[in-house]
Design a protein around this ligand. Structure first.
Ligand SMILES: *Cc1c(COP(=O)(O)O)cnc(C)c1O
Length: 222
């Protein structure tokens, strides 16, 4: 990215790229949610994107989001806030209160904790099941074999799981992992696919992403 470009220019460039790839793939670009991942960036860095019309934003820490977003959301009614980072069960209530979408549901204890809060509050953020698609040690996400059981548990508990999310292994071709996530979603009867970041969102769109999570291409290097 070019450092002296404005946030609005970078947003337009990413949107153009999504539109181009979507046309190539015969997809409607409107069906792909561009999430601007604003983790580590302060309100002054985020505001220009809101002013340029961006409405979906992603954060990876509950506390950081709680500090930044109530102020940014004042006077902008339609911000959609996405949690894209790992979530501890003891933060479930705070996450449900603040976020509209939670991308990191990956274990039964978290399904249970989130469902309990949603039942108690009546607030029901859409959720994605995060899959450890490359079976990497110490990476968030459930094992592929756990997907059916977790989806069933979510269904029973009333947790609205709309799709699967992944972060493929770094420094390898992402396409096979995106294709695998799409296949797993189809096999398990969910339609949402949260996949693709700054380096590979075009590939993700080609392979069916319905939500892409883009940070550095919009904000610069962290
Ligand atoms: C930081 C982050 C992103 C955005 O990454 P970029 O490479 O800056 O686009 C996307 N998804 C998750 C889960 C992240 O933590």
């Amino acid at each position: 990215m070019i450092e002296n470009e404005s946030a609005a220019d970078r947003l337009a460039a990413v949107r153009d790229a999504v539109g181009r790839v979507a046309r190539t793939a015969g997809r409607d670009a409107e069906s792909i949610e561009l999430i601007a991942v604003s983790k580590t960036w302060d309100a002054d860095a985020i505001r220009p994107l809101i002013e340029a019309g961006q409405r979906s934003f992603g954060e990876n820490r509950v506390q950081e989001a709680e500090a930044k977003w109530p102020g940014l959301m004042a006077g902008v009614a339609d911000i959609r806030l996405h949690l894209v980072g790992q979530l501890q069960s003891n933060k479930a209530a705070e996450a449900v209160a603040l976020f509209d979408v939670i991308h990191s549901v990956d274990r039964l204890s978290l399904v249970t904790a989130l469902a309990k809060v949603m039942t108690a509050t009546g607030r029901r953020p859409d959720c994605y099941l995060q899959v450890n698609i490359g079976a990497e040690a110490q990476k968030g996400g459930c094992a592929i074999a756990e997907i059916p059981g977790l989806l069933a548990a979510a269904g029973t508990a009333g947790l609205p799981v709309i799709g699967l999310m992944c972060v493929p292994p770094a420094d390898t071709e992402a396409a096979p992992f995106f294709a695998l996530l799409a296949k797993l979603a189809a096999e398990n009867g969910v339609s949402g696919l949260s996949m693709g970041m700054s380096g590979d969102f075009e590939t993700a769109v080609l392979l069916g992403a319905t939500a892409i999570r883009v940070g550095s291409a919009l904000f610069g290097a962290r």
